[in-house]
Write a protein that binds this ligand. Structure first.
Ligand code: TYD
Ligand code: MG
Length: 456
């Protein structure tokens, strides 16, 4: 039987089937299957008549390959350079994802100013008119002569224009507005997003033009047209933050040219985004005085220690099952810590609602955050404030023990720099540091019980 010429692809989840359905069997979306041409047969027809070309000539010795291929453009924004692993790599395709309104277009327009000093930049917008971009550029103080604006949505025409005009850097804002006319589905659908990304990747690689593509994320935090894009591009950056708070975190989720642990911190001001060189100070500003249930934690974000405040509140519950809520901290981890407090230390929270918050919209997802969380909880339940000059970090085991964490010296240095006087650390790590080198008092503890004695 001849194979069908068409496949039907769900534009929500990417599911493919040979028969049309009213409802996608995979994700359950209605009327989402769109007809597409099935893949072209391989050149030369069936396997028996096709002779594969010999590629042995193309094999290269690793040593022969020039290392100068890794040319990086400085974006002029240190925080962005750091997340990119040292700048924008020539010929790379970077996806900048984030919720609408978080500041993606603002950031990209701002970097144009610096990039424009030495390079030509083509900014393709499918969202805003040229006039709107001009107004925004004026507001941000972007006035470089090397910035070219193109408002278009036809991806094939854009790719062709980029190849022809050969700018040093191209920016596509956003992938959800781009479409290829021969594909029937609407812009922003899975098929369109995937094909447009493939098209731009081809341009980026063949012309060695680095491209930054903006992608809006949907409610679940996935980049719309989700995984299909992430594996095509070289780097995926997520721009996050609470809309009502002014700071924003830029995080690398994937990076073929650098580490994915690094974060960049920005603040949204009336003149655009500004870099926050000292995030610890920002996250610790406005701490309450003499209040129970707060403790300062130190997390490593890549190579960088950041201090953040953990706040806990325990209030008498009015429900049969008490509530537990965590923002910026893993919920399951919180329940484990509560269980450890109950079982190992006999502190009962069964009749208390527990709320945990990491101040500043920051996420504490390192094991080193366990100890400050436990201390903040203990302080909240006992209503005994922790000294404002105390900082703690360490992982908590199910036996109530405090376990070692990495990067001890950097964390202590940061605490010292921020003016703390006491640092509670896991006992196992104590041998790695020498009290004589620090002006801050180092308190090694081996168990939660011991750590709690530091709470007056
Ligand atoms: P924008 O870059 O348009 O978001 P995205 O491209 O991610 O959708 O950011 C828009 C938000 O930023 C908007 O809510 C207003 C705010 N903003 C400022 O606070 N200051 C500024 O100077 C600019 C340009 C925007
Ligand atoms: Mg935008």
């Amino acid at each position: 039987m001849a194979k069908s010429k068409f496949v039907y692809t769900c534009d929500q989840c990417g599911y493919e089937t040979s028969k049309w359905n009213g409802r996608c069997p995979s994700c359950g979306a209605w009327n989402s299957l769109v007809e597409e041409l099935a893949e072209k047969p391989s050149p030369g027809g069936s396997r028996s008549t096709y002779s594969a070309p010999d590629l042995s000539e193309s094999i290269l010795e690793l040593e022969q390959i020039g290392a100068d291929t890794d040319v990086r453009y400085d974006t002029g924004v240190g925080e962005l350079n750091r997340v990119l692993g040292g700048g924008l790599v020539k010929g790379s395709l970077v996806l900048l994802g984030g919720e609408p309104g978080i500041g993606k277009s603002t950031l990209l327009l701002q970097i144009c100013q610096f990039l424009g000093m030495e390079h030509s930049v083509l900014y393709v917008s499918g969202e805003e008119s040229a006039r709107q971009i001009k107004l925004r550029a004026q507001r941000l103080g972007v006035d470089t002569e090397n910035l070219y604006i193109l408002t278009a949505t036809d991806a094939e025409a854009i790719a062709e224009t980029i190849s022809q005009s050969a700018p040093d850097i191209a920016i596509i804002d956003s992938i959800q507005t781009m479409s290829i006319s021969r594909i029937a589905s609407s812009p922003g659908s899975i098929t369109q997003v995937r094909e447009c990304t493939n098209l731009f990747m081809h341009t980026a690689k063949s012309q060695e033009i680095p491209m930054i593509i903006v992608g809006h994320v949907n409610k679940d935090g996935a980049i719309a047209g989700p995984k299909v894009m992430e594996h095509i591009v070289d780097a995926v950056l997520h721009f996050e933050g609470e809309r009502h708070q002014s700071y924003r975190l830029l995080r690398a989720v994937k990076n073929r040219f650098g580490s994915t642990n690094e974060i960049g911190v920005f603040e949204m001001l009336d003149k655009g985004l500004s870099e926050v060189a000292n995030p610890s100070q920002m996250l610790l500003s406005g701490r309450p005085h003499n209040v129970s249930g707060t403790c300062v934690a130190c997390v490593m974000e890549g190579t960088r220690p950041i201090l953040a405040e953990v706040q806990a509140l325990a209030a008498k519950t009015s429900y049969a099952a008490p509530r537990r809520m965590a923002t910026g901290f893993d919920f399951n981890r919180l329940t484990i810590i509560i269980a450890v407090l109950e079982k190992r230390l006999g502190i009962f929270l069964g009749s208390l609602d527990v709320y945990l918050n990491i101040v500043g919209g920051f996420r504490l997802d390192e094991p080193a955050g366990d100890l400050p969380v436990a201390m903040a909880l203990y302080s909240a339940v006992m209503d005994r404030p922790i000294s404002e000059e105390l900082i703690a970090f360490g992982e908590i085991g199910l036996g109530g023990e405090v376990r070692s964490v990495s990067h001890i010296a950097q964390r202590i240095r940061e605490a010292e720099r921020m003016g703390f006087s006491t640092c509670v650390i896991p006992k196992q790590c104590a041998s790695a540091v020498d009290q004589k080198d620090y002006s801050i008092e180092i308190v090694p503890v081996s168990s939660l019980k011991q750590a709690f004695t530091k709470i007056k």
